[in-house]
Ligand binder design. Structure first.
Ligand SMILES: Nc1nc2c(ncn2[C@@H]2O[C@H](COP(=O)(O)OP(=O)(O)OP(=O)(O)O)[C@@H](O)[C@H]2O)c(=O)[nH]1
Ligand SMILES: [Mg+2]
Length: 318
């Protein structure tokens, strides 16, 4: 299947089947996908892009499903991308989770895809952002991206969302200590999920304390919301906190800055990928490249000269 000339228009008109086709093109890295993505790009920019990050089993998928139901009740269309090999959305689910989400799978106002962490040639972050574009162009009001938050690809993805929700669960005090620097920086909103378990208030306090240690806040202090995703509790509060953050982004000018940063990161990650692609296999054979690594390893060369030498050989024209 290739992209018909009308596919881009059908995506922009919000046709579900066209969207599904377009997403499949991206997933298969079909050559037609690039043209299609270029055509739909000018129709993007309306969707709210939300990230949900948290350790495995924290309840991300359950919370995404709860949020999706919340937004659906308000007639908003919700796109969900799970960048997570163990997510229920990938089908590696416990049966119960899948049944609980069954109504989302049959709702045309919800589009769910998982981006397995298998090798995307152009990179996982690129593929994820491309699917975000398709959902956005297709009129989805909210796009939620679920990640475990480890690995360079995931960090790149988190840096391209507008609001990032960091999910924590009670009884992980030491973990918070261990990862505090990282999560304090990426969290726009904190959710303490599984608040039906003991210790939720303590976790809230721990996050508050960590936050007071972080110097750079700007004028946004991330709210902390308690949720029980499995029974939809706290979903409204969480939505309110996300909404407040979006208002802040708009009034402070931070939204423009983040959107611009999103463009920058996307272009630069693609450039790196394309650069390496043009270099190895085209400018220099894979075998010669490996040989070069060996030489540096054996001190017959050094990393600096090796990089400069390769750079000198690359032709930047067409
Ligand atoms: N008690 C309780 N269990 C919950 C809550 N939220 C989710 N769970 C359960 O926690 C388990 C993991 O939930 P998921 O939504 O799959 O968690 P996840 O973070 O998406 O997990 P991965 O995608 O594997 O990283 C499931 O059995 C959920 O039913 C909650 O608020 N309270
Ligand atoms: Mg999951």
């Amino acid at each position: 299947m290739t992209a018909s000339p009308d596919l881009a228009q059908a995506v922009i008109r919000g046709q579900y089947r066209a969207l599904a086709q377009a997403v499949s093109l991206v997933e298969r890295e079909d050559p037609a996908a690039e043209r299609l993505l270029a055509e739909i790009y000018s129709s993007t920019g309306r969707a709210r892009i939300i990230g949900i990050t948290g350790s495995p089993g924290a309840g991300k998928s359950t919370l995404v499903a709860a949020l999706a139901k919340h937004y659906r009740a308000r007639k908003m269309r919700v796109g969900i991308i799970a960048v997570d090999p163990t997510s229920p959305f990938t089908g590696g689910a416990i049966l119960g989770d899948r049944i609980r989400m069954a109504d989302l799978y049959t709702d045309r106002g919800v589009f769910i895809r998982s981006m397995a962490t298998r090798g995307f040639m152009g990179g996982l972050a690129k593929a994820t952002n491309d699917v975000v574009d398709l959902l956005d162009a297709s009129g989805f009001d909210i796009v939620i991206v679920e990640t475990v938050g480890v690995g360079q690809d995931e960090v790149d993805i988190i840096r391209t969302v507008q609001s990032n929700i960091v999910l924590l669960v009670p009884g992980m005090g030491d973990d918070i200590q261990a990862i505090k620097a990282g999560i304090m920086e990426i969290g726009d909103v904190f959710a303490v999920n599984k608040a039906d378990r003991p210790g939720a208030d303590r976790t809230v306090n721990e996050i508050t304390m960590m936050m007071s240690l972080v110097e750079e806040h700007g004028d946004w202090i991330p709210p902390i919301v308690k949720t029980v995703a499995s029974t939809n509790q706290g979903t409204g509060d969480l939505d309110a906190a996300i909404g407040k953050h979006f208002d802040h982004l708009q009034t402070s000018g931070e939204l423009d800055r983040r959107n611009r940063e999103r463009v920058r990161i996307r272009i630069e990650t693609m450039l790196k990928e394309k650069f390496m692609d043009r270099l190895i296999g085209k400018t220099i054979t894979r075998a010669d490249y490996e040989q070069l690594l060996d030489d540096v390893l054996r001190k017959k060369g050094n990393p600096h000269d090796a990089a400069e030498g390769l750079l000198a050989r690359i032709s930047f024209g067409r």
